[in-house]
Each structure stands twice: as structure tokens, then as C-alpha cells.
Design a protein around this ligand. Structure first.
Ligand code: MLC
Ligand code: AMP
Length: 495
């Protein structure tokens, strides 16, 4: 990917690219700001040479300036979760060896102190912008472009590195498959440290020359008001958002419901992904709005892999077929390929869309590929030509509201609590979140655990969405003969 690929981001282009609470920005304005930022970033040098530049920004002109500015200047963009706890940020910043970090003016003291202790320069975008754009390097597409932290089967999140070419492949596949055009208008309320927001919405939108409405987070009354005013023609979200929209509409008067549903109905596309869309939700959304949700399957390491068709039957409970350019196969535990319909196997992926490496973790990178195939850890089966996701190979991965969470990471933090002797974290089925983080704990000397106190304690140590929704005290954890906690048996314990 070179910045020439985003061919609407050019000097003087008067099309509107971004709409925020307070302003609209044309492609030409955004482009000029990116160039001036990239120029300032490079300073007297000719190329950032993959310097890791982090940014701690909500969806905004500054965010887009940072992302593209770092790309144009030859750095690696490290967008951070703005809801992170300090301990989490410390892990991201130190493991990525970040040197500069961008945040809004007046960043909290905690962030300042953290950056100071790690020797990271904390800056605002305005401080770096130059008056004029200077020369920028030509970037080889094989170079590293972005690092996103993803939780997995290791206790600490890993930095998933994609190249300019990876990102280009991920975007162009979706531009074609979902028929993006410059007439599209889409709201962006998902977080911008994951590919759903970064690639599927923001990058596809800007690549297509479309208009992207930026929100600081999910603000249902505001989003639905815009929907009712027929502002959008494309809508992308995680299943939890559709659940929340339905719950919200149940509280509104008939007239408002009608207007919002008509707004959704008139759109050309509604997509659900990042977690399983229950058949019931698919049907509720179709009955309410007339929209047949297009469900697709993806992952930080691969972008989007499998999608229901834009034209053709979108089947409830299925994710469709491999996207063009993405090779998808199913494999058994013995690494032999599974052929034919009805036989489950692990999804493995090849293609230009696949990431390069986990930053500084050769071993994890090596282990995640077998014979050149990236092993997703998701099980699937093909039925009547459509893939159906069956679940994950690991019980230690939880999907809550579209966020992938590591049970081991949450257990690791809980174990540092003075009253907790043992803990096992699982995802329990939940109508709103898909899976809800649930902790089974054995306390020290039978100590009581007050949920509200524990939640406060957690708040200082982890992003709030990782905090267990349910905590259940047990006398002991169920273990097998090897002494390992039998997590599947915990699923049947009522909380
Ligand atoms: C918020 N909360 C959550 C949560 N999100 N709890 C569990 N799981 C979540 N996902 C909690 C907060 O901690 C808070 O708790 C309360 O809900 C209100 O917080 P909020 O921020 O106001 O919530 P809301 O705006 O309603 O957020 C819901 C959401 C958000 C669905 C919009 O979770 C979200 O943006 N999820 C999408 C994540 C995403 O982009 N995933 C894609 C990964 S990429 P309290 O107790 O303090 O009130 C990927 C690949 C692919 O998966 O295929 O796309
Ligand atoms: P992440 O690592 O946050 O990118 O999350 C990727 C994971 O989300 C995948 O490995 C799947 O487990 C899950 N996922 C994404 N889309 C779907 C879907 N449509 N159905 C079921 N699971 C999904």
C-alpha cells in the first residue's frame, strides 16, 4: 500500500471525507494535514524506518492524521485502546518499544508519568504539523505498517504486525466484495484499535472516497437520529450493537421506531461480524427493519476471511464463503486437510491478507503457522456450500461484545488480589454480550468478596470491559487427574 492507493486523498479534493460533531473535512484538507504531519514526524530524516509511533486518540481528524501520517512517513502505527488501564498501556508501549506517542492536549497525569518513565515523548498532532509538506519516502509494500494488540492463548496481548501490502489486500477485497462506492456514507462508532473499525469501516470508506461519520463511542440516540434522517446507506457493527439497538427501539414511541426502521430499511447494506450473530438476532433484525444482515468472519491476523454474499442468499447462522483472494481450508488436529461437507475442522488461512508476525515474538509467530497456513483456532464446518463457525479450539478465549479477551490474562490479574487463592475465568452465554466474563474464585481463608469492591479494584488494573460480569465463590475448583481446572464443567454451574 502506498498513499497513492488512497487515491481520493489528494490535494484539493473537495469531497467530504470525515464528519465529526463539530466539523466536516474534505479529502483535500485531510490529505494536506497528513502530509504536513508526516513531514513533521520525519523531521530532518528521510524515513521513519519503522519507528513505532503510538496514538491514544478517539475517532477524529487527529486519529486519521496519525494513522496515515505514520504510514506515509515509513513508521509503524500503533493505535491504542483509549479505554486501557495504565498497566495495560505499559505492556503495549514497552513491548512495542514505542518512541513517540500522540494524545489530545491535556492528557491525564497518569499517561504523562507513564510516558516519562518509559522515555516516550508525549505529543499532540498540532505540535508536529509543519506549515508546508516536504518530501516523503516511497514505501516498499512489504514493509511493516501497523501493530494491533490482540489477546490470545498467551496471558499478555501480542502485537500483530501487518505490512502495507497486507492492509491493501484486506481493504481491496472488501471494496469489491461489498461494492463500496464514493456515494457511501457510514457511521463509525466502534473502537479504533481493532480491524473492524480501522479496516472495514474507516479504511474502506476512505479508500472508496466515501463519507465517514466519526463518533467517540456508541451513542444510540444520536446514531438512530441520523439513521432516521436517512444519512447512512451502509452500517457495520458487532452483534451486541444490534441487540442494543433493538432494546433501545423497544423503549421508543411508535413514530420514532418507524422512522429509524425505515432508515435502516433504505440502506444498501447492514453487516454483522466480530462475533457470532445468533439466528434469533438475524431474524429479529430482518423482521424489524427488513434488512437481511450480511454476516462475515474475520480476525486481527487475517482481516476478513469468509463472508456471506452481497448478491445472493445470506444464510442465518452461517458466515458464507471464502472472500476472493483468501484461501480457506479446514484441518484436523493431525494437520490433515478435511475434505467434503459436514466434516468439522480448524479454519486455516493463506493469502496476501495474512499478517506478517507477532512483534518480537518469533516463537508465537512460528507456532501459529503450519505449512504456511495461519491457524485461526476457530472450528468450522461446510454445509450446503456455506461455512458455519462452530466455536474455538481454546476455552481460554472469550468474545464479549466483539472484544476478544484472554481468560488467562484476566485470571493473572485476579490472582494478584490479596483475598483470591485460585481463580478460573470462562465466557458464559449471554444475550447481550454473546459471552460474559465469569470468574469462579476460591478465596483465601474463606474471605468474603464484595462484588462492587472487586470491580473497583479491577478498574485500576484492566479495561472495564474485561472486568468479570459475574463472580462466583467456590470451595474448590473442579480439576482433572492432572490437576488442571476442567473449565467446560464450569459452564454448567449457575452464576
Ligand atoms: C462495554 N462494556 C462491556 C463491553 N463494552 N462489557 C463487556 N464487553 C464489552 N464488549 C461495559 C463497560 O465496561 C461499561 O461497564 C458498560 O458496558 C458501558 O460501557 P460503554 O463503553 O458505554 O458501552 P457501549 O458503548 O454500549 O459498548 C458496547 C459496544 C462496545 C458493543 C459498542 O463493546 C464495542 O465497541 N465493541 C466492539 C469491539 C470491536 O470493535 N471488536 C472488533 C475486534 S476485531 P460499567 O460496569 O462500567 O457500566 C475482530 C475481527 C472481526 O473481531 O472479525 O471484526
Ligand atoms: P479478534 O482476534 O478480536 O480479531 O477476533 C477474531 C475472532 O472473532 C475470530 O477468531 C472468531 O473467533 C471471532 N469471530 C469473528 N467473526 C465471527 C463470526 N461472524 N462468527 C463467529 N465468530 C466470529
Amino acid at each position: 500500500m502506498s498513499h497513492h492507493d488512497f487515491h481520493h486523498l489528494t490535494e484539493g479534493n473537495a469531497r467530504v471525507a470525515l464528519v465529526s460533531d463539530t466539523a466536516t473535512y474534505t479529502y483535500g484538507e485531510v490529505n494536506s494535514r497528513i502530509d504536513r504531519f508526516a513531514t513533521g514526524l520525519i523531521g530532518g530524516e528521510d524515513d521513519l524506518r519503522e519507528e513505532r509511533i503510538a496514538f491514544f486518540l478517539l475517532a477524529s481528524l487527529d486519529y486519521v492524521t496519525c494513522l496515515h501520517g505514520v504510514w506515509r512517513a515509513g513508521g509503524i502505527a500503533v493505535p491504542l485502546n483509549v479505554a486501557s488501564a495504565v498497566a495495560e498501556l505499559e505492556h503495549y508501549l514497552s513491548s512495542a518499544q514505542v518512541t513517540r506517542m500522540f494524545a489530545q492536549a491535556g492528557a491525564p497525569d497518569e499517561l504523562r508519568e507513564l510516558c516519562a518513565s518509559l522515555g516516550i515523548k508525549l505529543l499532540t498532532v498540532d505540535e508536529v504539523l509543519t506549515d508546508e509538506a516536504g518530501d516523503l519516502p516511497e514505501i516498499d509494500p512489504g514493509r511493516r505498517a501497523m501493530m494491533l494488540f490482540t489477546s490470545g492463548t498467551t496471558s499478555k496481548p501480542k502485537g500483530t504486525v501487518s505490512t502495507h501490502q497486507t492492509i491493501r489486500a484486506q481493504i481491496t477485497t472488501l471494496i469489491d466484495a461489498w461494492c463500496w462506492t464514493e456515494d457511501d456514507v457510514i457511521p463509525l462508532f466502534l473502537p479504533l484499535h481493532h480491524i473492524h473499525g480501522i479496516i472495514n469501516i474507516l479504511s474502506c470508506g476512505l479508500w472508496a472516497g466515501a463519507r465517514v461519520h466519526l463518533f467517540a463511542g456508541l451513542d444510540i440516540p444520536r446514531v438512530t437520529a441520523e439513521v432516521a434522517a436517512n444519512v447512512y446507506n451502509v452500517f457495520m457493527a458487532v452483534p451486541t450493537v444490534y441487540v442494543k439497538l433493538i432494546q433501545y427501539l423497544e423503549q421508543q414511541d411508535e413514530q420514532e421506531v418507524e422512522a429509524v426502521c425505515a432508515g435502516f430499511k433504505a440502506m444498501r447494506l447492514n453487516i454483522s461480524g466480530s462475533a457470532a450473530c445468533p439466528v434469533k438476532l438475524f431474524e429479529q433484525w430482518r423482521d424489524l427493519t427488513g434488512q437481511v444482515l450480511l454476516e462475515r468472519y474475520g480476525m486481527t491476523e487475517i482481516g476478513m476471511g469468509i463472508s456471506n454474499p452481497y448478491v445472493g442468499e445470506r444464510r442465518a447462522g452461517y458466515v458464507g464463503q471464502p472472500l476472493p483472494g483468501v484461501e480457506v481450508r479446514l484441518f484436523g488436529e493431525d494437520h490433515r486437510e478435511i475434505h467434503g461437507e459436514g466434516n468439522p475442522g480448524e479454519i486455516r488461512i493463506k493469502g496476501d491478507n495474512v499478517f506478517l508476525e507477532y512483534w518480537g515474538n518469533e516463537e508465537a509467530t512460528r507456532k501459529s503457522f503450519v505449512d504456511g497456513w495461519f491457524c485461526t483456532g476457530d472450528m468450522a464446518v461446510i454445509e450446503d456450500g456455506y461455512y458455519r463457525i462452530m466455536g474455538r479450539t481454546s476455552v481460554d478465549i472469550i468474545k464479549s461484545g466483539g472484544y476478544k479477551l484472554s481468560a488467562l490474562e484476566i485470571e493473572g490479574v485476579l490472582l494478584t488480589h490479596e483475598d483470591i487463592a485460585e481463580v478460573a475465568v470462562i465466557g458464559s452465554e449471554d444475550e447481550v454480550w454473546g459471552e460474559a466474563v465469569t470468574a469462579f474464585v476460591v478465596t483465601k481463608n474463606g474471605a468474603d468478596l464484595d462484588y462492587a469492591e472487586l470491580k473497583n479494584w479491577c478498574n485500576e488494573r484492566m479495561s472495564s470491559y474485561k472486568i468479570p460480569k459475574y463472580v462466583k465463590r467456590l470451595e474448590s475448583l473442579p480439576r482433572n487427574a492432572m490437576g488442571k481446572v476442567t473449565k467446560p464443567s464450569l459452564k454448567s454451574i449457575p452464576v
